[in-house]
Design a protein around this ligand. Structure first.
Ligand SMILES: NC(=O)c1ccc[n+]([C@@H]2O[C@H](COP(=O)([O-])OP(=O)(O)OC[C@H]3O[C@@H](n4cnc5c(N)ncnc54)[C@H](O)[C@@H]3O)[C@@H](O)[C@H]2O)c1
Ligand SMILES: [Zn+2]
Length: 385
């Protein structure tokens, strides 16, 4: 464990129902705020954007809407979108959506009033400075992007995804409104909640975990382990959905202080080349990644066991670690996430590409408790192919 500990946090976070007045109060402090309402077509279709538009109209907030962002965008797509929205005259971004919407909004807030492109920030994230206020309203449960200092983009020429990291991405306001996940389709709920669970478990078992990241990672892991299957199986269980939303937020906070590692590092080539949704590729690799790491992280997995399943009886450290890994496999199975890589077009001949590409994820691999060799990474991919 590191000697120093820190958490990086959004300025204000509200959890509950009917939170738009909190947004109104924030916008009032900005005096004549001019809003870019940033979202995607799926959110518009789900009816989650209209209440915001109604609120802006009723309260005479000036706004323009942009909803062209595609799921899991490349840096080129975000640059193109920025060229369009930079013509609007806005000083505040209100982003409502999943990780794709929030990550793109973060980057737009850094590009505004500069000559920079997203590529410039990939090459040198220290150039990032925030040039407008940001409000994030997550609608998946979820990436935790509302709390992280990362934006993830596709890099098509390398067929991979990669993160840009800067403290300037922390938002001014976060609204965790359960209304936004009440009708989240089951498949998206499942994959995004597994993503959130992997954030918590990877951060808890990371080399750079601290006493502060442990606190939030543990809270998040407990909320998600206890509620993911309930929320998946019973869409009317709103309490379970709310728990996932909060757990996902804690996972995001944990990332700011610790870091994801084996699962995410091996997941990005699957997303970049085969366009497998982020939560799905994490689900595919989650159990195998934990098994590969087990010799180095079994003590940490045992602490998760002690805190989350204290009633499950006394066991050895080895047995506790296996119990947690089995639980991971169980939640992936019970939430019916598609895990057959062949169905996504991945072939045995792709192995070298996957391994080479995962080895390039040096930032994430540096967080991994166990130093991973080429052979270790190869074994993980082989075990899920
Ligand atoms: N910045 C970070 O820290 C971080 C962390 C993890 C993942 N990510 C990135 O986030 C992206 C994935 O985000 P995601 O999993 O939230 O999904 P997403 O934002 O890509 O959304 C997936 C689909 O779900 C739809 N959707 C979202 N909420 C909905 C709702 N409530 N009702 C109906 N439809 C809804 C969207 O319209 C979209 O079509 C990936 O690019 C991933 O790499 C970022
Ligand atoms: Zn993730």
């Amino acid at each position: 464990m590191s000697e120093q500990a820190f958490l990086k946090l959004p300025q204000r976070v509200y959890l509950g129902e009917g939170l738009l007045d909190n947004l109104g109060a924030f916008l009032k402090t900005r005096k004549n705020a001019n809003v870019l309402l940033f979202t995607d077509k799926g959110l518009q279709k789900a009816g989650l954007v209209q209440p915001l538009e109604n609120y802006f109209k009723e309260n005479e907030v000036q706004y323009q809407i942009e909803a062209e962002i595609k799921p899991e965008p490349s840096y080129i797509e975000i640059d193109e979108l920025f060229q369009k929205v930079s013509k609007f005259n806005f000083d505040t971004i209100v982003a409502i959506g999943g990780g794709s919407v929030m990550d793109a909004a973060k980057l737009i807030s850094l590009l505004l009033h500069t000559n920079l492109s997203v590529k410039d920030l990939i090459d040198d994230p220290t150039k990032a400075q925030k040039h407008c206020a940001t409000v994030f309203i997550p609608t998946t449960a979820g990436t935790g992007s509302e709390a992280t200092i990362n934006a993830i983009v596709g890099i098509p020429e390398k067929q991979v995804k990669s993160g840009i990291v800067s403290d300037a991405m922390l938002p001014d306001l976060v609204l965790l409104d359960v209304d936004n996940v009440k009708n989240l389709p089951k498949a998206i709920l499942a994959s995004s909640a597994i993503d959130a669970l992997s954030h918590c478990v990877e951060c808890f078992t990371a080399k750079n975990a601290t006493v502060m990241s442990d606190g939030v990672a543990l809270l998040g892991a407990k909320l998600i382990f206890k509620n993911i299957v309930k929320a998946y199986q019973d869409p009317s269980d709103i309490k379970a959905r709310e728990a996932l939303q909060l757990g996902a937020f804690y996972g995001g906070v944990a990332i700011t202080a610790s870091g994801t590692n084996i699962v995410h590092a091996l997941s990005y080539p699957l997303g970049g080349k085969f366009h497998i949704a982020h939560g799905v590729s994490n689900a595919i690799l989650f159990k195998a990644g934990m098994e590969a790491n087990k010799p180095a992280i079994k003590d940490r997995l045992a602490i998760l066991y002690d805190n989350i399943w204290p009633q499950a009886g006394r066991k050895s450290t080895e047995e506790k670690a296996d119990f947690v890994i089995d639980k991971i496999a169980e939640v992936v199975k019970e939430t019916e996430i598609p895990t057959d890589l062949k169905k996504f077009g991945v072939k045995a001949s792709d192995l070298d590409f996957l391994v080479d590409s995962a080895l390039e994820q040096k930032r994430l691999l540096s967080h991994n408790m166990k130093k991973l060799s080429r052979k270790d990474i190869e074994m993980v991919y082989k075990s899920v192919m």
